[in-house]
Design a binder for this molecule. Structure first.
Ligand code: AMP
Length: 448
């Protein structure tokens, strides 16, 4: 099947061709025809499947006719994070280049003035995060009564982030006769309820989870302990042919600590997490995309859905609390036919979380066979010429591991933070802010 078979306009086909896509993905094949027929849609699909184009493409053709009016957007796309909203906007630019549609992006963390100006001129497509949209709505800057198309993207993530009440309220502000498309990687009961209430006679489609079916991603569990996690990570980073890597952690505080620690160990690492201001996040992403840094330490929320080409490795510094997040995380690599590797550091406390992931994916993940802990040679009083050379030359094997261990120990001791890693790793505190002293190595452009 080709894109031409889906009933898209010639202009769109040209834009798709320019983007280099020859064949629609399964979600595009299943979603585009009913959306063009103005049907409501529930799509169980996650990022990496091509789902964004599955709503952006038909929306462009539907909106090609008709005119926008001041403050009354003609369509609304709700995204859980600013990054995803920005990515959808990029998709509109890419596929809408032969159309004359106007678009506004309404996201927190950027100046509201320009966004309001764009709205006042009238827009065909409004892409927004729920918080900023509600804010502007309450200030009377926006009317949703002219919105005949609504897309709720990443609905399960919206649920995780507590956006469902906002979304319900937004839905009630839109005209009852509208077309609604809901995308979600999973369908937990609250999302089902939302769909029952706000969608009318929807077509339901489901595409295979790409990560579970994605044979391009080699997965591995790496046993470690809470105390030696950073060291294990550094070992992997050095041993692997890492071109670009995203390292996921469950908490913002760990993201900050780990990025600082990796920098201190000479890795070109950056970070992205929910406490950073938008311009700062985008700057880090740009550095990563441009190759100025090749390691990005990230929290789930900040990295959700990020589409960065050519990520060779994903490391889960922490096993995610939700098995779904595992699939989302590892899906950052092995994209668009490329191969990728996903390593997950596991401590004995993670057994249950790992079992849940394996249950969800239906796969047993291979476990790295641990080499026996090398016996430590007695410390020589002065380094032999060989040892000195080895230190400079960077060798592999036991000597290097020992050197690293000592090196790490020294660094970790000298940077003793106000909290131990064990404390950082206990309990869900995604929203917590660092309120302890800020060690010097954390002082590189971090908003604390
Ligand atoms: P998404 O699931 O929307 O995050 O898209 C995942 C990636 O697939 C993005 O890099 C898209 O540019 C890419 N993509 C979308 N549609 C196609 C297609 N038909 N063929 C190949 N790649 C695609």
């Amino acid at each position: 099947m080709t894109f031409a078979d889906l009933g898209l306009s010639d202009e769109l086909l040209r834009a798709v061709n320019d983007a280099g896509y020859n064949e629609p993905t399964p979600v595009q094949r299943a979603a585009i025809p009913p959306v063009l027929m103005m049907k409501d849609l529930i799509a169980i699909a996650q990022t990496g499947t091509g789902k964004t184009a599955s709503f952006v493409l038909p929306m462009i053709d539907i909106l090609a006719h008709g005119r926008s009016r001041a403050r009354m957007p003609r369509s609304l796309i709700l995204e859980p994070t600013r990054e995803l909203a920005a990515q959808v906007a990029e998709n509109f630019e890419k596929y809408g280049k032969y159309h004359k549609l106007s678009m506004a992006l309404l996201i927190g963390g950027v100046q509201m003035g320009d966004q309001v100006k764009a709205l006042e001129q009238g827009v065909d497509v409004l892409i927004a995060t729920p918080g900023r949209l509600m804010d502007l709505f309450q200030r009377g800057k926006i009317l949703l009564t002219g919105c005949s198309m609504l897309v709720i993207d990443e609905a399960d993530r919206m649920l995780d982030m507590g956006f469902i009440p906002d979304i319900e309220e937004i839905c009630t502000k839109l005209p009852a006769t509208r077309q609604t498309l809901l995308f979600s990687a999973t369908m937990p009961p609250p999302i089902k309820k939302l769909a029952d209430r706000f969608l009318s006679n929807p077509r339901q489609i489901e595409v295979a989870r790409p990560a579970t079916a994605n044979v391009n991603i080699e997965q591995m569990l790496v046993p470690t302990s809470t105390r030696t996690k950073r060291e294990t990570l550094r070992r992997l980073l050095r041993a692997e042919d890492v071109r670009t890597a995203i390292i996921f952690s469950n908490r913002k505080t760990t993201v900050r600590d780990l990025a600082g620690s990796l920098l201190g160990h000479g890795f070109a690492a950056g970070q992205i997490h929910g406490d950073m201001e938008q311009p700062e996040r985008l700057k880090e992403l740009d550095r990563f995309k441009a190759g100025d840094i090749n390691i990005l330490v990230a929290s789930d929320v900040a990295a959700r859905g990020l589409d960065i080409k050519g990520v060779s490795h994903v490391f889960n510094f922490d096993v995610p609390w939700h098995p779904d997040d595992y699939i989302h995380r590892i899906g950052r690599t092995g994209r668009a036919g490329a191969t990728g590797k996903a390593f997950t550091l596991v401590t004995p406390e993670d057994d249950e979380a790992v079992a849940n992931i394996e249950k969800l994916t239906g796969q047993t993940i291979a476990r790295e066979v641990q080499a026996a802990e090398p016996e430590r040679a007695p410390e020589p009083s002065a380094p032999s010429p060989d040892r000195a050379r080895d230190r400079r030359g960077g060798r592999s094997g036991r000597g290097r591991r020992d050197d690293q261990k000592r090196d790490d120990q020294r660094r970790d001791d000298s940077r003793r933070e106000s909290r131990s890693e064990t404390e950082i790793n206990s309990g869900p505190v995604e929203n917590e802010r660092w309120n302890g002293p800020v060690p010097a190595f954390l002082g590189f452009g971090i908003a604390v």
